[in-house]
Ligand binder design. Sequence first.
Ligand SMILES: Cc1cc2nc3c(=O)[nH]c(=O)nc-3n(C[C@H](O)[C@H](O)[C@H](O)COP(=O)(O)O)c2cc1C
Length: 189
Amino acid sequence: MTTKRIVIGVCGGIACYKVCDVVSLLYQKGFDVTVIMTAAAQKFVKPFTFQTLSHRKVYTDMFDEASYDPTHIYLADNADLFLVAPATADIIAKLAVGIADDLLTTCALALKAPLMLAPSMNDNMWNHPTVKANLATLGARGALVIAPDAGYLACDRVGTGRLPAPDAIVAAVEKMLGPGPGRALAQGK
Ligand SMILES: Cc1cc2nc3c(=O)[nH]c(=O)nc-3n(C[C@H](O)[C@H](O)[C@H](O)COP(=O)(O)O)c2cc1C
């Protein structure tokens, strides 16, 4: 079985911390996981956390002078799936209109593989007609949207906008790509 490559675009939402678990679970299942972080995402979680959990370099910069190939094309060409989680209202808008002003959005535009979005935001943002219209645009182009859960939100209220549990996101990925091949682990004492 060939190892499936998943690029995870992490955006600047408070639910970033849950995506650490998503990355770890997918890695444990034997997927090859590469993380791209927006500048806002790095306000919430350090690249080092994702680097440790994915066992791969984390990409944050489109203008990587150490790389001879354009990073956004390399990552797009080698992805079997591009998962954006948490997908902010901002990134959803950018992807809907094709803005490409950072590594994540430029990579998404160069992508041939399926795009999966896990939106997460305040309930008023989630219910805003602009967000709905942008998601409808992306859905019409084939993007798969994992609907957010209802429940407690970090803005200290209850509503729809929670990022689903890491297990649910991993299940959506496996539904699309098939199960991971698993990973042989060293046994502790
Ligand atoms: C504490 C805090 C929490 C935030 N949480 C969210 C969120 O859950 N969802 C969202 O769409 N935006 C959220 N934002 C706003 C985004 O960080 C902001 O729109 C940012 O420009 C997103 O950039 P990005 O899409 O490039 O990552 C939050 C901002 C702050 C300060």
